[in-house]
Design a protein around this ligand. Sequence first.
Ligand SMILES: [Zn+2]
Length: 219
Amino acid sequence: HEIVGVVTETGSDAKEFKVEDKVGVGCLVGACQTCEYCKQSLENLCSKMIMTFNSTDTDGTMTYGGYSDKIVVHKRFVYRIPENLPLDASAPLLCAGTTVYSPMKYYGLTEPGRHLGVVGLGGLGHVAVKFAKAFGLKVAVISTSPSKEREAIERLKADKFLVSRDSEQMQVAMGTMDYILDTVSAYHELLPLINLLKPNGKLSQRSRCNFLLCHYYLV
Ligand SMILES: [Zn+2]
């Protein structure tokens, strides 16, 4: 579902693309395109959406995603990749990238100079740090693994690294963050993260968590 490649053939109505264009395909290859969600470009909420892999296509066959050598995709679900962007570097943007870029833009976690905490430094977290630095944010990576500090600071240029199991470090950082982007997929407590936020801070949850109601602005 992070498919990149080159166009080899186009349908008569797919005039936006031409042979040899660099393109990508994300998690979706189909949707009804007529419901209220599709009309708002929210095809991921469409009850008839078709996933790129392990889904039933309109002809009743199974979708196999990027495991195939070639794929036929409706133009609505094909994205142009700029000439100067290498294909291998583009692929993660089609799932991990959009999973963090979309909430950052949609909920306004992008104001330069603001302080963002990125929880977890896996596939989602590492692109989140790169986007955040490009937006001009001050970035703290929050992780259970002290071994990730070097990658966070030296390679991804994060400003700060917090070990979430170190209660002293977490205590010092309380109330210092404007935004938190939580990318951890394992079940974990939200409260220690919420404590890091300033009043009216925003926390965007990208995965499952033990949900706790609170007066902070959860997005
Ligand atoms: Zn729809």
